[in-house]
Write a protein that binds this ligand. Structure first.
Ligand SMILES: [Zn+2]
Ligand SMILES: [Zn+2]
Length: 303
């Protein structure tokens, strides 16, 4: 029998795989079975969640489908926030300032505030009485949640940021630059990381590591992601400051992964960054006494 923790992980894996639930009613969701060619119905009740799968039927526990829907709703909330920002920026682009809390245009100017990122005008909303600031000449976000989700999907399927940019241009006629994609990934990764830290995932022995340059406020940082190749589970993810990609920095995502999974991978696939070789050797040492062999490092150099 599965533990609560395992059900949560499997629920997350369903979403990570791209099997999104379909909302069929206010509180009803259709979700594909992972073993049979059929669907289960997850219902959000007043106090309890229910599912039509055998696991729920016989054990009355929160099955992986319920967990999948819960996680998916959490993610959707985050995307909704993005949409809200988009409405505000869209209005700004047309020369209209709207309150980000209630979208009212009944505002009073309250002077300026200066900080690192420039000069901001302060407004007071007469409708909801909240204060907010607007950057002068702010770049708006033109992209909707569908495109964001698609870009993230492609990223976790292993596409490079450049390939994602090309894909969006070719198939959707959407022009997004690489830094925008970086920003989406960073945001998404934060949500996932917070979630993953509450779990002990049951992952396979083959992991893939990838580092990605992120430009934040004119400074280059690196985002490190370690993914289980079988479930596409994001085991660990972290951002390191500065341009450095030395052994000690490359080692950190492995250290975190060890803590989370409590295991040693058999194989790690990387993009060939030289620092990985030593980082893997140091973090996943062989131990002859206990019959533990070393982790194999496979370099997959992009052409
Ligand atoms: Zn179920
Ligand atoms: Zn308001």
């Amino acid at each position: 029998m599965l533990t609560t923790n395992e059900r949560m992980i499997r629920g997350y894996a369903i979403i990570a795989k791209g099997d999104d639930p379909i909302q069929i009613g206010e509180n009803k969701f259709k979700i594909p079975s992972q073993s049979h060619d059929e669907y289960y119905i997850v219902t959000k009740g007043y106090k309890v969640w229910t599912c039509t799968c055998p696991d729920y039927k016989y054990r009355k526990v929160e099955c992986k489908h319920i967990n999948a829907v819960k996680f998916w709703l959490k993610l959707k909330d985050k995307l909704k926030e993005e949409t809200k920002e988009r409405i505000v920026f869209k209005a700004q682009e047309n020369g209209v300032i709207t309150c980000p809390y209630c979208f009212s245009t009944d505002l009073i100017k309250k002077g300026f505030r200066k900080n690192k990122s420039g000069k901001k005008r302060i407004y007071l909303c007469k409708t909801c009485n909240k204060k907010f600031s607007v950057s002068e000449g702010f770049k708006h976000m033109k992209n909707d949640p569908k495109i964001i989700t698609l870009a993230l999907d492609l990223y976790f399927k292993g596409l490079s940021q450049n390939a994602i940019v090309d894909h969006l241009k070719q198939f959707y006629d959407v022009k997004v630059n690489q830094s925008t994609i970086s920003r989406w990934i960073t945001k998404y990764v934060k949500i996932i990381s917070n979630y993953v830290r509450t779990l002990t995932p049951d992952v396979s022995g083959m992991w893939a590591v990838d580092e990605m340059a992120l430009k934040c406020n004119g400074e280059w940082n690196w985002l490190w992601n370690l993914i289980d190749t079988e479930s596409r589970f994001l085991i660990s993810s972290m951002i390191s400051q500065g341009k450095v990609r030395d052994v000690e920095t490359a080692r950190k995502p492995f250290k975190e992964a060890k803590k989370i999974t409590k295991r040693k991978p058999d194989i790690i696939i990387s993009d060939g960054l030289p620092a990985y070789e030593k980082a893997i050797k140091k973090e996943f040492q062989a131990n002859k006494k206990y019959g533990i062999s070393r982790t194999l490092h496979i370099r997959e150099i992009a052409i």
